[in-house]
Each structure stands twice: as structure tokens, then as C-alpha cells.
Design a protein around this ligand. Sequence first.
Ligand code: FES
Length: 161
Amino acid sequence: MRDSAKLKEQLQEILARYRGERVELILILEEVQERLGFLPKEALLEIADFVHMSAASVFGVATFYNRFRFTPIGRHAIRVCMGTACHVAGGALVMEALERELEIKVGDVTPDEEFSLDRIACVGCCVLAPVIVINREVSPRMTPFKVEEVLAGLKEPKEKV
Ligand code: FES
């Protein structure tokens, strides 16, 4: 669980670098997500206050862009590249396979918080398309069949009884 005092402190550090103007909203949202891994509701409320906007407007802006997430990332943050080359090479099928295997939808985290699933824009490895990024490591030339194999390598071995 995220400590609320710590969250406030991290947020204050970020906000101290801005002037509190509306035009800074996206930059602030990006920095908060970069630092915390997602945009917690408390942070969005505080940001709204800071840039003198209603909470509804800030939520509206944040949900408009699909690069923002509102739940914590998992221990294994899986991101599927949805850039053009990866999309053309079957990125959507890889995403479907991950959703099926993990039993979550894109933007969600598994109940045990082990895996989160997101889409990202081109990561600059188009010749290896379609790619997924697990934490910071790129898995090249993914196929729906390779998904199961990759996930098996990440799952903790079950303890023998
Ligand atoms: S489009 Fe996926 S790496 Fe460029």
C-alpha cells in the first residue's frame, strides 16, 4: 500500500518545479506518472488544485490520453508497443493473447499485483516488431504463441507441498 504522507511529499517535490498554470497540466501528469508509476486519485485532486482547475476537468484530460494509467503497475510491467510497425506486424494479436493469459484488460493489473498490462508508442525497435517491453527489457518478434512462454519465465515457481 502506498503511504499517503510519502505520496504527498513526492508530489510536493514535483509541483515545486512548476508555476501552477493550466498549460503545465500534461507535463505535471507525465512527471507524476513517471515518478509514481501511475496517477493516484489523491494526486489528481492535488494537481487540480495546483493548476486551478476542477477535479473533473483534470480527470477528463488525464483519461483522454491513453498513456496515463490510474492503477499501480505490477511487479512485472508489461507494455505492448502499438506503434505502426508493431501494429502492422501483429501487435494487437499479442495484446489479445496477453489479456487472455493474464485475465486482465489493457490498463489493468492482476489481483496479485504481479503483472500490469499497458500499451506504449514506438520504442524505436521497429525492425524487431512486434515488440513488448517487460519492465525495461524488450522482447522482440513476439507472437501470441510466445506470450505463454514469456509469461512462464516470469511467474514464480509454485512451492512444492
Ligand atoms: S513501432 Fe514498435 S518499436 Fe517501433
